[in-house]
Design a protein around this ligand. Structure first.
Ligand code: FAD
Length: 333
């Protein structure tokens, strides 16, 4: 076993030969930041201060060769070659270890031509503990995994709601849309992810979502409403056309009834009769709020949008530690 020490906190954990550094950290209750777990998003990137690592496959967009040469590592696919000291910004602990569970499909509901709400249920004796914003992984028959964010808040734990966007030619989403029957049994591992509400803060929140990136944000908002958290929150939800904002009605209802909540739908390719905001969410946000220094941002959607939002918001004063995101990367092939 290799011993890994986190320089800033002094936390130490052991890594088995079969484990990546992130897998060992999760198993030991050490909170490294992460999202995709497949070397695609870069959320778990940190520095190796002493010792050496070997990487499994990862995407160059998540870590460039220049970063690798300068001592960076992607801990979700790095394995230690002996003891290590690393440097990484630890995230707030969830204290919840992921478990493998059987689930039954209770309902499929088409929310838009390319978005399906999939409702799944755990066995009657089980409850899934999770934080709003976290995600589950389906374990396919061939052992591959597919990640989807939980769209309901933890208090509504009688079931799990997911919003799946159809990926053309996608192994899993094509199956769910075209073949999966209600009552089917599947296997998941959950919960995962460090994209969740930081409840210790009082800063006003900006939520930025595109497409099904709304799912984990819906979970966070529902949790805030249920827990009567009185922080100001503004949701910018972007899509090409209004049909992409598949729960627009719900957001408008929240805006009508919740004084702390504001909703700004943003369309990038609207019909001529659209009178609302146009363009990309991240740009509309900085048009509205040119000084982001006092805010927290929770951003979720495709990797390009998340990347662009991080750069854009930093340029408008958002502190690095006030930016939280989940990038919906594709599963590795
Ligand atoms: C933490 C996390 C949470 C997620 N949550 C959600 C969620 O709540 N809802 C949701 O809809 N998705 C979510 N995703 C994304 C989802 O997991 C992927 O889209 C998944 O790969 C779909 O599986 P699939 O088997 O249908 O497609 P795959 O078989 O994985 O993909 C098929 C092929 O299509 C290619 N491809 C298709 N379109 C594109 C494109 N635009 N750009 C690049 N490559 C493309 C891929 O490279 C791949 O080769 C999440 C991803 C992560 C990492």
């Amino acid at each position: 076993m290799a011993k890994v020490t986190i320089q800033s906190s002094g936390h130490v954990f052991e890594v088995k030969p079969s484990q990546t550094i992130l897998e060992a950290a999760i198993a030991s209750g050490v909170n490294l930041p992460y999202s995709c777990r497949t070397g695609a998003c870069g959320s778990c990137k940190g520095k190796v201060i002493a010792g050496k690592v070997m990487h499994d496959d990862y995407q160059n967009t998540a870590m460039t060769d220049v970063e690798l040469a300068a001592g960076s590592a992607l801990f979700c696919c790095a394995r230690p070659l002996g003891d290590l000291t690393i440097d990484v910004r630890e995230s707030v602990g969830t204290g919840i270890k992921p478990r493998i569970l059987p689930v039954r499909v209770s309902k499929k509901e088409l929310l838009a031509p390319d978005v399906m709400a999939l409702h799944i249920q755990l066995p009657a004796s089980e409850r899934l503990q999770f934080l709003p914003g976290q995600y589950i992984e389906f374990i396919l028959r061939n052992g591959k995994r597919r990640a989807f964010s939980i769209a309901n808040a933890p208090h509504a734990d009688y079931g799990i709601e997911l919003h799946l966007r159809l990926v053309k030619g996608g192994e899993f989403t094509e199956y769910v849309f075209n073949e999966l029957q209600e009552k089917a049994i599947m296997r998941i591992e959950a919960p995962f992810g460090s994209f969740h509400l930081r409840e210790e803060s009082n800063k006003p929140i900006i939520f930025a979502a595109t497409g099904t990136g709304f799912a984990p944000i819906k979970a966070i908002i529902e949790h805030m409403l249920y827990s009567d958290i009185q922080r100001s929150m503004t949701l910018y939800w972007g899509g090409r056309q209004l049909v992409d904002l598949y729960m627009d009605d719900l957001c408008r209802r929240w805006a009508q009834h919740v004084p702390t909540f504001t909703y700004i739908p943003v369309l990038s390719k609207p019909n001529v009769d659209w009178a609302g905001r146009t363009g990309y969410v991240q740009h509309v946000i900085t048009e509205d709020i040119p000084d982001l220094s006092g805010y927290e941002a929770y951003v979720c959607g495709l990797p390009n949008m998340v990347d662009d939002a991080q750069k854009q918001f930093a340029a408008y004063g958002l502190p690095q530690d006030a930016f939280f995101s989940d990038a919906f990367t594709f599963a590795p092939q």
